[in-house]
Ligand binder design. Structure first.
Ligand code: IPE
Ligand code: IPE
Ligand code: MG
Length: 230
């Protein structure tokens, strides 16, 4: 889920971009509630990309502080909802206080058995793959045995959250139709769903609408089957 359109939502109302980010918090909770009631097992939310450091110092500062606040304020509620929180992303450059909050939320919710909500914070898809390859290199340098060959599994096992399954549905709000470096490895066969709604206006119904659209897609994974003639 690429939670996009906060800035435009705010600007349409004559508000600052940060007000748009604030308004996005409720939409995230809506998506989590909607996913839980629809029986979704995994939801990965793009909160801050490795490219978002390019934004103004003020906006970056706000987003770092806000990510930390949301985690702190909402972890009890998510705990009550039996949600397991995970973090996917790079530690480099990320504020240590944000990393700390993410770790606390992970630790606190680790035994929850409901929806797995992975927060992609300081996440980049290419960086994730490069980091996996570098882990292999480090393991060999540290005296491990070099693998005979590198397979998909070799890489998969070293991604930020290796347990995450392939993406079924890749959802982006705000009308933009691009991937923006999200879940590149995991999305090789994802169904792409782009919605015009700006993120702060996203509700659980928006998610259900996306899920119904997903249900109408025919997934072939490279295979083929004859369509019935009628
Ligand atoms: C998404 O909304 C939130 C983050 C990237 C953190 P944007 O801030 O990208 O909003 P737009 O795309 O400018 O409207
Ligand atoms: C992607 O949105 C990142 C997040 C939603 C966190 P952006 O708004 O940063 O993406 P671009 O710049 O439009 O591709
Ligand atoms: Mg955007």
């Amino acid at each position: 889920m690429v939670m996009d359109g906060n800035g435009r939502w705010a600007n349409e109302r004559g508000l600052t971009r940060t007000e748009g980010h604030r308004a996005g918090e409720a939409a995230l909770l809506e998506a989590v509630a909607g996913a839980t009631s629809a029986g979704v097992e995994n939801l990965t939310a793009y909160a801050f990309s490795t490219e978002n450091w390019k934004r103004s110092t003020d906006e970056v500062k706000f987003l770092m502080g806000y990510n930390k606040d949301v985690l702190r304020r909402r972890r009890d509620l998510l705990m009550e909802w039996n949600v397991r929180i995970r973090w996917s992303g790079a530690e480099r450059k990320l504020w240590p206080s944000v990393v700390r909050e993410l770790r606390i939320a992970e630790e606190m919710t680790k035994n929850n058995t409901g929806l797995v909500l992975t927060m992609a914070v300081n996440y980049g898809g290419r960086q994730e793959i490069v980091a996996a390859v570098n882990k292999i290199l480090q393991e060999i340098r540290a005296g491990g045995q070099a693998p005979k060959s590198i397979t998909e599994k070799t890489i998969q096992k070293r991604l930020y959250v290796p347990e995450l399954p392939d993406v079924d549905m890749f959802l982006r709000s705000s009308g933009e139709m691009r991937i923006s470096n999200f879940m590149l490895w995991q999305s090789s066969y994802a169904e792409m769903i782009f919605m015009d709604v700006l993120w702060p206006d996203f509700t659980r119904e928006s998610l259900w609408e996306a899920i119904s659209e997903f249900g109408r897609r025919q997934r072939r994974f490279g295979g083929a089957s004859d369509a019935p003639l009628n």
